[in-house]
Design a protein around this ligand. Structure first.
Ligand SMILES: Cc1cc2nc3c(=O)[nH]c(=O)nc-3n(C[C@H](O)[C@H](O)[C@H](O)COP(=O)(O)OP(=O)(O)OC[C@H]3O[C@@H](n4cnc5c(N)ncnc54)[C@H](O)[C@@H]3O)c2cc1C
Length: 530
């Protein structure tokens, strides 16, 4: 049975205003009430709220328009089309692989649907350390509730797949706390290919929710349209200069589209927003743009199980453990989860090459992987990284891995292996260049003890990019104020994951939706009552 492409069907019947900038033959100037750069978690919610308030919104997206008709579960095609730098983004020294989206709907189109509220400890920390106002657990609750309803968030009711179940078994045997992950899906088929775009439209990404609603409300969408420069004059942004991109999504066609509006919102996400501000030589008297970019550094442990795991099928993430997240111990906290194990992603996670890789991949059906997501930004030993521009004007993240982080990564290796052995793993391998399989926990512990915790030996990755345009009450420490307004311009706002002053300590999408809803509502009110 063919599945209806919701986006295309609605676009036609509701006569949406869609523009492939790559097809434009001449330079154009476009005017609106509000320009929003980026259509992901922050941009989608903001577009919906502002268009509902009757404002003429134009959404700009550098990625292409890929919809369920394109989502054929082909990892290589999806990664090339819908990930930043076609999946090849990394930190400046190449030590950490970065997965981030670049498509209409942003990273929400290719994410794995885990939907956690911001932990109360994180909200408390922001209020105390950064002067973030009106963001207590109680004050944020209505925004979380509204977004949970809007995106159909609920705990995954199906049994976890064997990959997730191993984490659950391991936690139970170890006496560690664990929980079932809430997901933003409606009528999910449990396919497991969320990372390549949901072929059944079940994932409630921005592509099938807020972006369509904004278009129905009269917003316009320009895709393959990369905001290259903001033009500043007298405490204001006058125009957003954009480059139209060819179908490859990378090469400029030579056409320039200029967008003008009394209000500009940046929702390009972490790394990208600071990049745009730096390219534009935005005023930055305190040198804060791009600072405190946090990432939840992730390391992983591989287990070979005696039974089939088939971690490429089923909801990618349905079990988590916060047992090591907030406990009072000397060292960084981390969340335990599992990743989906489709072949291309698995080979990236494993990090092997050539014959080694092919030998490991032969065991794919029996493979189980646990990941630890470290909570950076809360301690003087983990202040995040800094975004800078490379010679071509592309943003690049310089992220120092401190002793504090190395210790956390090592600690996580012990606990991940303990969980896997407790769940019955035949053998376990910490994902590190110098590690091999260990058959017992004692053997594994000895191996981890000896592992050199060094760049390019330890396998580190991230899919959670936060900060770089930090929000806060003190202009000397922050980029935007408590209303998400850029401190150094009167009509520029930043609404997305780049405003968080630390990492979340949980997968970030729901934190972004709720904070965006709060900020966009305030902005709508101020613009419509002016
Ligand atoms: C593989 C993967 C799995 C994930 N799984 C989960 C999960 O299960 N749960 C969870 O909570 N989080 C998950 N995340 C992370 C989550 O999806 C992101 O944190 C969130 O979408 C970020 O929202 P954002 O609005 O800050 O940016 P994004 O959603 O990334 O949106 C930014 C958009 O702006 C566009 N853009 C950037 N710069 C420009 C420019 N100059 N001009 C025009 N357009 C521009 C980008 O192309 C992009 O489409 C996952 C991420 C990945 C990569």
């Amino acid at each position: 049975m063919a599945i209806q492409d919701i986006f295309k069907t609605r676009a036609q019947s509701e006569n949406w205003d869609l523009h492939d900038a790559g097809l434009k033959q001449q330079n154009e100037t476009i005017e609106a009430d509000v320009i929003i750069v980026g259509t992901g978690a922050g941009g989608g919610v903001t577009a919906e709220v502002l268009s509902q308030a009757g404002l003429k919104v134009v959404m700009i997206e550098e990625g292409g328009l890929y919809t369920s008709d394109n989502f054929n579960m082909d990892e290589l095609e999806a990664t090339a089309n819908m990930y930043q730098e076609s999946g090849g983004r990394s930190t400046k020294d190449g030590a950490i692989s970065i997965f981030q989206g670049r498509t209409v709907g942003g990273t929400t189109v290719i994410n794995w649907t885990s939907s956690f509220r911001t932990p109360p400890q994180t909200l408390d920390f922001w209020q105390k350390e950064f002067g973030i106002e009106d963001a207590s657990q109680q004050q944020m609750a209505p925004y979380f509730e509204q977004m949970e309803q809007r995106l159909n968030v609920s705990k995954w009711a199906m049994p976890p797949n064997a990959n997730n179940d191993t984490l659950k078994q391991g936690c139970e045997k170890q006496g560690w706390s664990w929980g079932v992950i809430p997901r933003n899906v409606a009528g999910c088929w449990d396919l497991g290919y969320c990372g390549t775009g949901c072929p059944t439209n079940a994932k409630q990404s921005m592509l099938v929710t807020t972006v369509p609603e904004a278009l129905k409300n009269g917003a316009s969408l320009y895709y393959r349209c990369s905001a290259h420069k903001l033009h500043f004059s007298e405490h204001k942004v006058d125009a957003v200069e954009c480059r139209a991109l060819k179908a490859d999504g990378q090469t400029p066609t030579g056409i320039t589209l200029t967008f003008k509006a009394p209000t500009i919102v940046l929702s390009g996400g972490a790394i990208n927003n600071p990049g745009l501000l730096l390219r534009s030589q935005a005023p930055d008297p305190h040198g804060r743009i791009g600072k405190r970019t946090t990432i939840h550094p992730v390391n992983a442990s591989l287990a070979s199980m005696a039974h089939d795991v088939n971690g490429f099928y089923g909801a990618p993430q349905s079990i988590y453990s916060d047992h090591f997240q907030w406990q009072d111990r000397d060292g960084i906290g981390y969340k335990l989860e599992v990743p989906p194990l489709q072949p291309a992603l698995s080979s990236q996670i494993l990090g092997f090459h050539g014959l080694d890789l092919s030998e490991q991949m032969a065991d794919l059906p029996n493979m189980q992987v646990v990941i630890a997501l470290l909570r950076d930004g809360f301690h003087e030993g983990s202040q995040g990284g800094t975004v800078e521009l490379d010679d071509g004007g592309k943003p690049i993240l310089d992220y120092p891995i401190t002793d504090y982080l190395w210790q956390g990564l090592k600690h996580a290796h012990y606990t991940m292996a303990e969980a896997q052995f407790a769940a019955g793993a035949k053998q376990v391998m910490p994902l590190h260049h110098d590690a091999g399989y260990a058959k017992t926990m004692a053997e594994c512990r000895k191996m981890i003890d000896a592992l050199p915790m060094e760049k390019h030996r330890e396998r580190i990755m991230t899919a959670h990019l936060m900060g770089g345009c930090a929000m806060g009450g003190d202009e000397r420490q922050s980029v935007v104020d408590n209303n998400a307004k850029f401190y150094q311009a009167d009509n520029l706002y930043v609404i997305d994951g780049s405003v968080f002053p630390t990492s979340i300590g949980a997968n970030p999408q729901l934190s972004i939706y709720a904070m965006a809803l709060k900020q966009a509502k305030k902005l709508a009110q101020s613009l419509t009552s002016a």
